[in-house]
Design a protein around this ligand. Structure first.
Ligand SMILES: Cc1cc2nc3c(=O)[nH]c(=O)nc-3n(C[C@H](O)[C@H](O)[C@H](O)COP(=O)(O)O)c2cc1C
Length: 182
């Protein structure tokens, strides 16, 4: 089985992010031939054409990490029924210039959690639209997760109430990433 590298982009710049904890628990559901990294997005400058002449080192680091990844899992909170600005900014940097769009043909899965009853559903729906426009191969299905204390165990694993559902979701993503890697 060939090695697959998954970049997990967490759409939060909060130190105690529940989405980061959730992302780390999801990574534990991956098979052994998957390696994982968490590209940083909170040090990227706000996108401007004026910064395109000589891109910041943080931008080059981020786009290289995404470009080199076989697949990307985006785990995001919801801000005002959409994705947080810090995540949209990172996606924008990766999308330009158009001929170097790092999201194109990339297998992408989307999930996220919020204490709200809708579990960040609208942020994910909006993100699905954006990634589709950018040419990513977005995993079908939905994983809207309301954050409750039992979502993640004290050992950092996905808790028993959500485990089967999320294992099945991740297994489908593993299959997609393997198929597209060839
Ligand atoms: C500006 C702002 C807007 C928010 N809007 C929403 C929202 O539309 N829906 C929702 O479920 N939660 C909303 N929240 C609550 C977040 O889901 C909550 O802060 C969550 O912990 C963020 O995830 P994180 O800890 O991974 O950053 C909002 C929070 C902030 C700061």
């Amino acid at each position: 089985m060939s090695k697959i590298h998954l970049a997990i982009v967490v759409g939060s710049n909060n130190r105690e992010s529940i989405n980061r904890q959730y992302a780390q628990a999801l990574a534990k559901l991956l098979p052994a031939h998957f390696s994982v990294s968490y590209p940083q997005i909170d040090d990227l400058p706000m996108y401007s054409l004026d910064l395109e002449g000589e891109r910041a080192a943080s931008v080059n680091r981020f786009t290289s990490e995404i470009g080199a990844a076989d697949a990307v899992l985006i785990v995001t909170p919801e801000h005002n029924r959409s994705l947080p600005a810090v995540l949209k900014n990172a996606i924008d940097w990766g999308s330009k210039p158009m001929e170097k769009n790092v999201w194109f043909n990339k297998p992408v899965a989307i999930t996220g959690t919020s204490p709200g009853a809708m579990g960040a559903a609208l942020a994910q729906q909006h993100l699905r639209q954006i990634m589709g426009i950018l040419g990513s191969v977005v995993l079908g299905g939905e994983a809207y997760i309301q954050f409750k204390p039992d979502l993640i165990t004290s050992e950092g694993q996905i808790g028993p109430n959500s485990r089967d559902f999320l294992q099945a979701y991740m297994d489908r993503f593993v299959s997609l990433a393997e198929t597209l890697k060839g």
